[in-house]
Write a protein that binds this ligand. Structure first.
Ligand SMILES: [Zn+2]
Ligand SMILES: [Zn+2]
Length: 351
């Protein structure tokens, strides 16, 4: 089979001819139809990302090994199964849960493999979906798709949409809550669509771009704030009877946005940090207990959340936007375009 692989960080991906894996035991071989191109693939390609104080955090220090076939947003069909795999048959359309753990740590034990102490995520620690076929360690990580569901759009459910859904779940919204969504890009939009359909919260979208805010409004935001043009603190207080936000989901998560978030929170308010922009935060420590704030980091989601998300997608609650389609030999081009901000919504590779 052919695979587009990172041989060395920062070099163009190479097409390599690899032996097609043969599934054993509970393993399943999936024929890849679509593999989403995610921002974290850029980190793998660049060999790391910027951490605190501008320090470069290397992927190899986190256990990533090259050469690597990236790709963790995978939709395809069942090609073959080991003799202990069950519940699926050849050509069944599926998406893959990529956030695989080692199965033994306390997180894995309670079904939160996405937070495993020794992660084995597909396309990050093991070969992923930028290939004609991908070997899945167990049939348990597959979720069936309906025949009429678009594979390209469905692929994004396992990372970007799951991250948005996990964040909305972490915000634990009650009816009548005011939710502020910071950043109305791809993830922010999906969070707005999801929060609108599964909670009773009033949704305030915040961004610097009027076009994105218009789209946010069409997708369920009750109010929008352009924080470049108006004072976000004043605007949120006006929209919440001077109480502030019950919950904030920050898809940017930079020093500047989080400093503002802290001033928007109502007593008992929850701040869910999702974005990977990075930076630091100074906290007023006495306010934390007296105002009973909660600051929560949210990373992808569990397989049970992905199952819920697939059922929401079947009902049309979320509509991921796929705007760029690439062949395997265009993987470098896809990553470059994403890095340069030239892909609106999601790009996918169709091997
Ligand atoms: Zn991703
Ligand atoms: Zn684990």
């Amino acid at each position: 089979m052919e695979a587009a692989r990172i041989i060395q960080p920062n070099e163009s991906l190479q097409i390599q001819h690899l032996e097609t894996p043969k599934p054993k035991g509970s393993q399943v071989l999936v024929k890849v139809n679509s593999s989403g191109v995610c921002h974290s693939d850029i980190h793998l390609w660049q060999g790391g990302y910027e951490g605190p104080n501008g320090q470069f955090l290397k992927t190899t220090d986190r256990g990533v090994k090259y050469p690597l076939t990236p790709g963790h947003e995978i939709a395809g069909t069942i090609e073959s199964m080991g003799d202990e795999a069950e519940g699926f048959s050849k050509n069944q359309k599926v998406i893959v849960f990529p956030w695989i753990g080692e199965g033994l740590c306390p997180a894995c034990r309670i079904g939160q493999e996405n937070l495993c102490d020794k992660p084995r995520s597909l396309g990050i620690y093991t070969d992923g979906g930028y290939a004609e076929y991908v070997l899945i360690p167990s049939y348990k990580y597959l979720v069936k798709l309906d025949e009429d569901m678009d594979a390209d759009a469905s692929a994004t459910l396992s990372c970007s949409a799951l991250t948005a859904y996990g964040a909305v779940r972490n915000a634990v919204l009650n009816p009548y809550d005011n939710l502020v969504v910071v950043g109305a890009g791809g993830l922010g939009l999906m969070a707005i669509q999801l929060a609108k359909s599964i909670t009773g919260a009033k949704i305030i979208a915040m961004d610097l771009d009027d076009n994105k805010l218009d789209v946010a409004k069409k997708n369920g935001a009750d109010n929008t704030i352009n924080s470049k043009k108006e004072d976000p603190i004043k605007a949120v207080m006006e929209l919440t009877d001077k109480m502030g936000a019950d919950a904030i989901i920050d898809f940017v998560n930079a020093s500047k946005t989080v400093e503002t978030d802290m001033q928007l929170l109502r007593r008992r308010g929850k701040l869910v940090l999702v974005g990977l922009f990075g930076g630091e935060l100074k906290l007023s420590l006495v306010s934390m207990p007296t105002r009973a704030y909660k600051i929560i980091g949210s990373y992808t989601g569990s397989i049970s959340e992905m199952v819920e998300l697939v059922s929401l997608a079947k009902r049309g609650v979320i509509k991921p936007v796929v705007s760029g389609k690439f062949k395997l030999n265009q993987a470098t081009e896809a990553l470059t375009m994403l890095k340069d901000g030239k892909i609106i919504g999601r790009g996918v590779i169709n091997p």
